[in-house]
Design a protein around this ligand. Structure first.
Ligand SMILES: Cc1ncc(COP(=O)(O)O)c(C=O)c1O
Length: 411
């Protein structure tokens, strides 16, 4: 099919739930994609934080292809090695006691919510089912995870929503203390609010929440769907915060390109799920699990250090650039706040025209490149971004306008 035929058929046959960028993608290598017209595009999106090892990673694709040939699927009524290997790798990387496999971030969060409510019922009796989440959070698109999401915009159309959620502004400990009642069973947070605009929470705030949870036997659920699996420079972001959550959810980057989600249960919550409590036809699928094993095996100390180094370089390279107000985030998850009058959506479209795929989050530009992006790819992408910013905000200083003044240093 030609590019135009594909776009036309997309419009005709696919439900229009997404506003698509104007590119038909075909293939790629590492952080360089190729579109239908053969155009090279530097990829600062990795799906939306999914292709951790980039496009066409041979080790990942080899493991997936081998597993697909041997056994693409069987039910969870049987044992399979990829699923067990993956659970063990997650245990070794985090210390989680048990893991439940799902297929997406929303499903992982559904599992976490069920686990928290079950734990509370078992230890404190019925009626203690309220979960506190943060204003501006995002936890998924199922009816319950929309309810968990602390944004009014998501609470308009699809009611009645699941009851039992309360929302407090991030960082406001007073509001949180007021919201906790004898019915509270869990507090659920993203450590860096991703869809909400790449906003990291303060460490002190999170540590105070952790001790509150310990005191009251409330479970701390950390949604690491976007921040997990190396994205922020540690295997999971909570490890940088020096806290021990009771439940951590993971998805996106875990599969490296195939759908998989995980609910990791720690400490007191470790044995919450028993036979019949939860299930999923595809959860723990051997092909997705085989790919995820490769992703986790590659997240070693060197890889994580590289992610932090590249993240720091991006920040220092973009700071002071005309059109950039500030940069927030960690590692390979960065949000770029723009000067007044600049539209993130328009800039992202312009970047694509110039050969760079980049995301938005609220009114910011958002970078979630493959974790394996090379220095050259990163420099090329930042250079395009600076050119686009310079054209959109030409009146300010020219510092670092089109070239990176400080080349990336390899460690
Ligand atoms: C923090 C967070 N939680 C949950 C989700 C939902 O994940 P999925 O789209 O895989 O259901 C997302 C997706 O953007 C997310 O960023």
């Amino acid at each position: 099919m030609t590019r135009d035929e594909i776009k036309q058929a997309d419009g005709e046959y696919i439900a229009h739930t997404y506003g698509r960028f104007d590119a038909v993608l075909v293939k790629g290598k590492n952080a360089t994609a190729i579109d239908q017209d053969g155009r090279r595009l530097i990829d600062f999106t990795s799906g939306i934080g999914v292709n951790s090892l980039g496009w066409g990673d041979e080790q990942w694709a080899g493991a997936v292809a081998k597993q697909a040939l041997a056994m693409a699927h069987t039910s969870n009524l049987y044992y399979t090695e990829p699923c067990v290997r993956l659970a063990k790798l997650l245990h070794e990387g985090t210390g989680c006691k048990k893991v439940f496999f799902a297929n997406s971030g929303a499903e992982a969060n559904e599992g976490a919510i069920k686990a928290a409510r079950k734990y509370s019922r078992e230890h404190h009796g019925p009626g203690r089912h309220q979960i506190i989440t943060l204003v501006n959070s995002f936890h998924g698109r199922t009816v319950t995870t929309l309810s968990a999401t602390g944004q009014d915009a998501f609470h308009q159309t699809f009611g009645p929503f699941t009851e039992g959620f309360a929302y407090v502004p991030a960082g406001d400990m007073g509001a949180l203390l007021q919201a906790v009642t004898p019915h509270t069973c869990a507090i659920m947070v993203e450590l860096v609010q991703g869809e909400g605009g790449v906003i990291p929470l303060k460490e002190k705030y999170i540590r105070t929440i952790e001790s509150l949870c310990d005191q009251k036997d409330i479970l701390l659920i950390v949604d690491e769907v976007q921040t997990g699996v190396g994205r922020t420079g540690s295997l999971y972001c909570y490890q940088q915060y020096g806290i021990q959550p009771d439940i951590v959810t993971s998805a996106k980057g875990l599969g490296g390109g195939l759908p998989i989600g995980a609910v990791m249960l720690f400490g007191r919550a470790g044995e919450t799920f028993g036979p019949g409590d939860h299930g999923s036809t595809f959860g723990g699928n051997p092909v997705a699990a085989a790919g995820a094993c490769v992703v986790l095996e590659r997240m070693d100390r060197d890889m994580l250090e590289e992610i932090r180094r590249k993240g720091n370089w991006v920040r220092s390279s973009l700071e002071g650039t005309p059109g950039v107000e500030n940069i927030t985030g960690r590692g390979m998850m960065q949000g770029i706040a723009l000067s007044e009058g600049l539209s993130a959506k328009e800039l992202a479209a312009k970047c694509l025209e110039k050969g760079l795929m980049i995301l938005t989050a609220k009114d910011k530009l958002r970078m979630l490149p493959p974790l394996t992006i090379t220095d050259e790819e990163l420099e090329e992408g930042v250079c395009i971004l600076k050119q686009v910013l310079a054209a959109a905000a030409p009146t300010k200083t020219n510092k670092g306008e089109t070239n990176n003044e400080t080349p990336l240093q390899t460690a």
